[in-house]
Design a protein around this ligand. Structure first.
Ligand SMILES: [Zn+2]
Length: 470
C-alpha cells in the first residue's frame, strides 16, 4: 500500500513537503518554505528567532511536527530528544526557495537527490547569502552556535545529483526524474514507480517557455506509465491560454530599449537563465554592456560551467560587475569583507556607479529594487526601466511597487513591464493532465484546487496532514 501526506503546498503557492510511503520506505518530495504562511506572522523586522532554533518554526506552524525528520542539534536545542532519521531520501524538484529551503532543518543523514544544475544553483545561492537557519540547505552550523565555534567548518549534507533519464532506486521505490521547463534551469518532474503503480509529481513547470519540449517529453513518459495518481501544481490554474513567451519578452524589451540613448535598467530574477539570455542577447544586438552585480556573478559562473547551458563567462566582453559602495564609500579594497566580492575584486571588468554615469548610453544595468539607492550615484535621466518580473500579488509587494514607482519618477525613468511566467496556464494544464491521464489528481501548490474539478479525472482535494491511501 502506498500512502501520501502533504505537509505544505496545500491551498498555497509553494512550501511543498510531500511524504510518500511505500512498504516502509519513506521519501519526501521537496521540503520547501511557504512564503505565505511565514508572512501570516512574520515580516522584515519580526522574524523567527535564530536564538530559539527550530522552536519558533514548529510552534508557529511553519514546520510540521514530525518524527525522525529534523536535525538532532535543533531538537536538543529545543529541549527535545534527538531522533534517528526515518526518511530515506528527499527528492528536490528545483532550486526555488519554496521547494528547497526548509531542507535546512532536516537531519544531516537524510540524503538529498536533485538535478546537477539544481545543485549548482544552490551553490550559487549559498555563496552570496548570509547564513541563517532558513538557508542552510547545503550545509549547516550546529546550534547553539557559540563564539568559540564560529570557525568550525559546517556540517555538510549528502547530495546525489542526477540527469534526466536516470532512475534512482530507494528500497521499494524507483524514482525517475524527467526534465521540465520552468523559470529556473535544472527543474524536474518525478515519475515515482511504487509497488501499486506510478505516481507523477509535476514540480513546477510550463508549456509556453523556451524549452517546452522538455515538459512535452515528461508528458509523454508520464502518460506511458498510466499513472495511478498525479500530484499537480496549479499556481495559475485560474488563467486561460495567453500569448506570453520568452520571445515576446525579448521583442518588447528590445523595442523599448533600442531607441533610448540614456542609461537603461532591467530587473529580472537571476535564477532564470532564459531571462538572462534574453537580456544578454539584447545587449549584444544593441551593442551595450550588461552590468551585473557580484551576486549575479556567482550565478553566471555556475551557468558558464554547465555544459548544458550556453552562458558567457562573468569576465565576458559584454559583462561588467558593479562594485557596491560599502563602509568608507571610497571603493577601497578594505571596504569589502564578503568573500564573494573580495575574490572577484581583481576581475578586469569591475565598474563603479560613477564610472557608469560617465558613459550612460553604453550600459544596460541589471538593478533590483532593493539596490535602487545606487541610482543616486548613477544619476540617470530619461532612460527606460524594464521590469521583467511578476507584478505584485500581495499587500507588501504593492507597497514596494509603489515606492519603486516613486524612484522611477524621481529619475525620470520610463517603466516597462515585460515578463513571462514560470508556471503553466490553466488551459495548458488541462492539456497536460488530460494527456497524462492519471487515475486521480491531488492538486497542490495552488490557491484554487476547486478549479481542477473541470477536468474529466477524479480530483481529490488535499487536506494538510491527512494521509491518503493508494
Ligand atoms: Zn518554482
Amino acid at each position: 500500500m502506498v500512502q501520501l501526506t502533504c505537509y505544505g503546498g496545500v491551498n498555497e503557492i509553494g512550501g511543498n513537503k510531500i511524504l510518500l510511503e511505500d512498504q516502509g520506505t519513506k521519501i519526501f518530495l521537496d521540503f520547501g518554505m511557504s512564503f505565505s504562511r511565514r508572512a501570516l506572522f512574520f515580516e522584515e523586522y519580526l522574524m523567527p528567532r535564530t536564538a530559539n532554533g527550530i522552536g519558533d518554526f514548529l510552534t508557529m506552524g511553519l514546520l510540521p511536527e514530525l518524527q525522525g525528520v529534523y536535525r538532532p542539534d535543533l531538537l536538543e536545542h529545543a529541549g527535545k530528544k534527538p531522533e534517528d532519521p526515518e526518511i530515506q531520501a528527499v527528492f528536490l524538484s528545483h532550486a526555488h526557495a519554496d521547494h528547497a529551503n526548509y531542507i535546512s532543518f532536516l537531519h544531516q543523514d537524510i540524503p538529498i537527490y536533485c538535478g546537477e544544475t539544481c545543485h549548482a544553483i544552490l551553490e550559487a545561492v549559498d555563496e552570496q547569502s548570509q547564513r541563517t537557519l532558513e538557508n542552510e540547505v547545503l550545509s549547516f552550523k550546529k546550534r547553539p552556535l557559540f563564539r568559540v565555534d564560529y570557525r568550525n567548518p559546517p556540517v555538510k549534507r549528502t547530495f546525489h545529483t542526477f540527469r534526466t533519464g536516470e532512475k534512482i532506486k530507494i528500497d521499494s521505490l524507483e524514482i525517475e526524474p524527467v526534465h521540465v521547463d520552468h523559470s529556473v534551469p535544472g527543474a524536474y518532474s518525478f515519475l515515482i514507480h511504487t509497488s501499486e503503480g506510478t505516481i507523477v509529481y509535476t514540480g513546477d513547470l510550463r508549456l509556453h517557455g523556451t524549452h517546452s519540449y522538455m515538459t512535452e517529453e515528461m508528458m509523454q513518459k508520464a502518460a506511458e506509465c498510466q499513472p495511478l495518481a498525479g500530484l499537480s501544481e496549479g499556481t495559475r490554474v485560474d488563467t486561460e491560454h495567453t500569448s506570453e513567451s520568452e520571445d515576446q519578452v525579448f521583442l518588447k524589451a528590445k523595442d523599448k530599449l533600442q531607441n533610448n540613448t540614456k542609461m537603461n535598467f532591467v530587473d529580472f530574477n537571476f535564477k532564470d537563465v532564459d531571462r538572462f539570455t534574453t537580456f544578454y542577447r539584447i545587449a549584444e544586438e544593441l551593442d551595450k554592456t550588461l552590468v551585473i552585480s557580484f551576486k549575479h556573478a556567482c550565478f553566471l559562473e555556475k551557468y558558464h560551467q554547465d555544459p548544458k547551458i550556453q552562458a558567457p563567462a562573468s569576465t565576458d566582453d559584454r559583462i561588467m560587475l558593479l562594485k557596491p559602495k560599502r563602509l568608507t564609500g571610497t571603493y577601497s579594497d578594505e571596504d569589502y569583507t564578503d568573500y564573494y566580492i573580495k575574490k572577484r575584486l581583481d576581475y578586469p571588468n569591475v565598474i563603479t556607479a560613477e564610472e557608469c554615469a560617465k558613459k550612460p548610453s553604453e550600459y544596460m544595468i541589471v538593478l533590483n529594487f532593493w539596490y535602487f539607492n545606487q541610482l543616486i550615484d548613477m544619476k540617470p535621466s530619461g532612460g527606460t526601466y524594464i521590469h521583467s518580473l511578476s507584478e505584485p500579488f500581495n499587500e507588501e509587494m504593492e507597497l514596494s511597487y509603489e515606492r519603486m514607482q516613486h524612484w522611477l519618477e524621481f529619475f525620470d525613468l520610463h517603466f516597462v513591464q515585460s515578463h513571462c511566467s514560470g508556471h503553466i496556464s490553466g488551459s495548458d494544464l488541462t492539456t497536460l493532465l488530460t494527456m497524462i491521464q492519471p487515475k486521480q489528481i491531488f492538486p497542490i501548490h495552488t490557491e484554487h484546487p476547486e478549479l481542477f474539478q473541470r477536468l474529466p479525472i477524479k480530483i481529490t482535494t488535499v487536506t494538510e496532514g491527512k494521509t491518503y491511501k493508494l
